[in-house]
Design a protein around this ligand. Structure first.
Ligand SMILES: [Cu+2]
Length: 666
């Protein structure tokens, strides 16, 4: 079993080396005998209730234990939800409207943790199937530590600007009856953000318990577009889930007990001769059941007219490849909506952090959404009058298999209705494409974050660029934590030498940023796993995506034990892929989370404005984030940063790091 199915793009848009995280589900005979499936399209799509700020901008959100029915044929499950629901209420504010939100922990310590946590090695096929696992599935090892957990919660509003003390710093979680007071100016463009738990080390479990909801910002520009609204604007919160089973193999039944079955796997990298394989990397969670707004594969009755969908991938790890199919009578014989119909009916008008300049078509082979990514979609169901349209996750190797790849179904009324909405040619006049020259005077700093897994952890290596003699002394040598890169592929120019300065979240802060500065961050993924990288505070635009030849990156051993990694006397090289700087067409939108697939380099450019303090950036695969694939960065007023000793490198408190440079200017 592999967890990274290769996702092929049609000719001309091939992203080469592009890995696509998916379920890779092959039903075993045991599963068939047990029939651990749930009938798709039997539950109506629920719509989370909307919560707007009251007088003075006040909102109170209570995290509390509740019962939640995921599917018609399942008993109610114990969850912890914001206002007792999963997803939580949709918070809706106007751009510029102050919101003061109190996040109140109402989960008493007497409440048992609502999620069972089990570790399951990838070599056993059961890691993405229902139940703890036994026999053929391989022994799922219960994590008894999870049973001892009491509620310890902190909420982060993903995509939200504001000072850092409102941002849900992972360590600043609170116990029962604790209140996290936050204030957001909402001085940002219309977009669909979301809120979820962010507690240090247990984010993955707390979110699995049900702690997530949407946060929608509206503005005048959006209003003037007269987009479908009210019941014609529908949030779709996607998340996969798993459940415990009961009974003997061959006669097992699903129970409503939420199950976080964490796949542990061998490192997918090729291990050079003489080097030990790396085992038990926490890969991720893959649930066999897709929920939308808290229901497993629901259906939604729609009129034959335009709708607007605010789609959020709130899954822990799963990347969705969303594709529309016509439902025919044979259950497993879905037919893709033909390209011409798709082009007529479906338009993409926005990404994570706001509206696009113009409506765009969605890719015929599926719209890819990594964890935490959002899209703003318009669908004209008059094209599909009287039909049933299935949404299927084609990220899987077996996209035709129902129900495990089913996401939801639209049932389009046969009735003709009057619809005054006309798709505008221009969506957002405020939108502009960011380039290297966008920052005033073209000035911007550079940062490097290397994603690496030479040991049994997924890590972010924070790097500094070395210069002059210091760089030269490392060129062509093997040194732990030194990565030499050949960015331009030109042998006549010098390679860039990067030195690792931080790994763990608790390592010294190294990214100090002037408030208002623009910076280009490069995420260099030297692992074979895709990592959706999210930066707090900012919105950014992706500048380019390149494929990395990472054969030069090797593990470094001491006494037969892996102690780190570095480049093997030659630099890591790159190749450009396809048109559009290697980006999918819609990846030119404003975003806060970007897919950095296995062995890829993705550069993003952002302006660090809208708040000051220490923020986090991290992989949004929640088990990677908990496994320390997260680092802090500080944004300070320029005149204050002038006073800060670390910024000038004369603090001298960090042996071996005192030569580091804060950044280079371009
Ligand atoms: Cu990751």
């Amino acid at each position: 079993m592999r967890i990274c199915a290769t996702y092929s793009f049609p000719a001309g848009r091939h992203l080469g080396g592009h890995t696509f995280m998916s379920i890779d589900f092959e039903p075993t005979t045991e599963i068939a005998a047990d029939n651990l499936t749930l009938a798709p399209y039997v539950d109506k799509l629920p719509i989370p209730k909307i919560q707007r700020p009251g007088l003075g901008g006040d909102i109170q959100i209570h995290a509390k234990p509740a019962m939640h029915q995921f599917h018609r044929d399942l008993q109610e499950s114990k969850i912890w939800g914001y206002e007792g629901t999963f997803p939580g209420p949709t918070i809706e504010v106007q751009s510029g409207q102050l919101a003061r939100i109190d996040w109140i922990n109402c989960v008493p310590p007497t409440e048992a943790y609502p999620v069972k946590h089990v570790e399951n090695k990838l070599e056993f096929p059961g890691y993405d199937q229902p139940g703890q696992g036994a026999g053929l599935d391989g022994p799922g090892v219960p994590d008894t530590k999870a049973e001892a957990l009491k509620s310890w919660l902190v909420t982060h509003v993903h995509g939200q600007k504001g000072d850092a003390h409102n941002d849900g710093w992972a360590f600043n979680a609170t116990k029962y009856q604790g209140v996290q007071r936050t204030q957001f100016p909402n001085n940002q463009a219309a977009c669909a953000n979301w809120y979820h738990d962010h507690a240090m080390s247990i984010t993955s479990l707390n979110v699995m318990a049900g702690l997530a909801g949407m946060y929608i910002i509206r503005d005048q520009e959006e209003k003037d577009l007269n987009l479908p609204r009210g019941k014609y604007e529908v949030p779709l919160v996607l998340a996969d889930r798993n459940f415990m089973t009961e009974g003997e193999p061959g006669n097992r039944k699903l129970t409503p007990q939420l199950l976080h079955k964490q796949a542990l796997g061998p490192n997918a990298d090729e291990v050079p001769p003489g080097q030990p394989p790396v085992i038990d990397i926490p890969v991720a969670f893959y649930g066999p059941f897709n929920t939308v707004n808290g229901k497993i594969t629901p259906y939604h009755d729609v009129e034959a007219r335009w709708y607007r969908f605010r789609v959020l991938n709130a899954a822990h790890s799963r990347f969705y490849g969303l594709k529309l199919f016509y439902e025919y009578t044979t259950k497993n014989n879905n037919v893709p909506v033909p390209a011409a119909d798709l082009k007529r009916a479906v338009k993409l008008i926005g990404t994570d952090s706001g509206l696009l300049g113009k409506p765009m078509d969605i890719p015929e082979d599926g719209l890819i959404l990594g964890s935490a990514e959002r899209v703003d979609l318009l669908i004209d169901f008059s094209v599909f009058k009287g039909k049933r349209i299935k949404v299927i996750n084609v990220g899987s190797d077996n996209p035709q298999i129902d129900p495990f790849n089913a996401v939801m179904e639209f049932r389009v009324s046969p009735q003709t209705v009057i619809d005054t909405f006309k798709l505008p040619d221009v969506i957002s006049k405020q939108y502009y494409r960011v380039t290297h020259d966008t920052p005033p005077g073209g000035h911007h700093g550079h940062r490097w974050a290397v994603l690496a897994d030479p040991t049994n952890m997924m890590m972010i290596w924070e790097m500094v660029e070395l210069h002059g003699d210091e760089a030269q002394k490392y060129r062509g040598k093997i040194t732990d934590g030194i990565i030499e890169v050949d960015l331009d592929g030109n042998p006549a120019t010098e390679t860039t030498v990067l030195r690792r300065v931080a790994v763990m979240f608790e390592d010294a802060l190294t990214f100090f940023i002037n408030e208002g500065d623009w910076e280009q961050w490069r995420f260099l993924n030297l692992t074979d796993f895709p990592h959706p990288m999210h930066m707090h505070l900012v919105r950014f635009q992706a500048l380019e995506r390149r494929v990395v030849d990472d054969r030069a990156f090797i593990r470094i051993l001491e006494n037969g034990k892996v102690i780190g990694g570095g480049t093997d006397k030659k630099p890591v090289t790159f190749r450009t892929v396809g048109p559009n700087d290697g980006l999918l067409p819609h990846e030119i939108g404003w975003k806060d989370t970007v897919r950095v697939d296995g062995t890829e380099l993705v550069s993003v450019m952002s302006e660090f404005e809208g708040g000051t303090g220490t923020f986090m950036y991290h992989c949004h695969i929640l088990d990677h984030e908990d496994d320390s694939m997260m680092r802090p960065f500080a944004v300070m007023p320029k005149e204050v940063l002038e006073y800060h000793p670390m910024d000038h490198g004369h603090g001298g408190h960090h042996p071996g790091l005192n030569n580091r440079k804060r950044r280079t200017q371009e």
